[in-house]
Design a protein around this ligand. Sequence first.
Ligand SMILES: O=C(O)[C@H](CS(=O)(=O)O)OP(=O)(O)O
Ligand code: MG
Length: 250
Amino acid sequence: MKVSLSFEKGSSKDLSIVVDALRASTTITVALDKFKEIYPAYTPEQAIEIAKEKNLILAGERKGRKLEGFELGNSPTEIKQYEASKDSLVLTTSNGVRIMENMESEIILIGGFVNAKACAKLALELATEEIELVMGGINKTFAIEDFLAAGEILYWIQEELKNNASEDRLNSNDEDYFKEESGISEYALSAILASRDKELADKICIESKSGRRLTYLGYKDDITLCIKRNISEKVGIYKDGKIRLYKPNK
Ligand SMILES: O=C(O)[C@H](CS(=O)(=O)O)OP(=O)(O)O
Ligand SMILES: [Mg+2]
């Protein structure tokens, strides 16, 4: 299994995981506790159109602020307290949802700190040859909180691979092994390393550009929720234009 990490644009045709810790991945994971389906929209105008056409709750932000005239912003804590009058939502966000537009992989999962282990396990279950984690970033530049959340998901992927790999495969030095495009990329390994000191990782997320902006806007509670590890077993899967909770075919 090839396991890679990318920023903003993915290339895997197999399975991708959208990683946007502050806050889109968390918002989507939390919202799927309350809503049956979430329609991603790539611009505010598109979100308004879809909401009207399909009679959905309208949610979205730009620069962290709830959009004018929208029912909800991109706040997982607000969504947790929201009394849903309809069973589906359309969501547009500056980074995490926006990057989904150009992803071509067969399967797209939504992952963050809150569902890292569940997302890792599901990715290994559903992928056939490649798992690519794609970080949302902020304003089209690298966002350290997404790197750390990707590291958390990749840690659980690595653990699962270790448990399944035979001993000799792990210690293999034969030429073919190095030639083969397999295993965890060194970029992905760096994210695992960076994410291992939880206290330091939390501090960095809070003090990140996104973290500082969200604190300024009064969303400190969102950050506290977004950096909780593995509080949900649920994973959103994007298919046929909407995100739903993954349910194994019974
Ligand atoms: O709404 C958010 O938290 C961010 C925008 S910002 O980082 O607060 O400016 O959008 P997301 O798409 O969740 O990264
Ligand atoms: Mg973000």
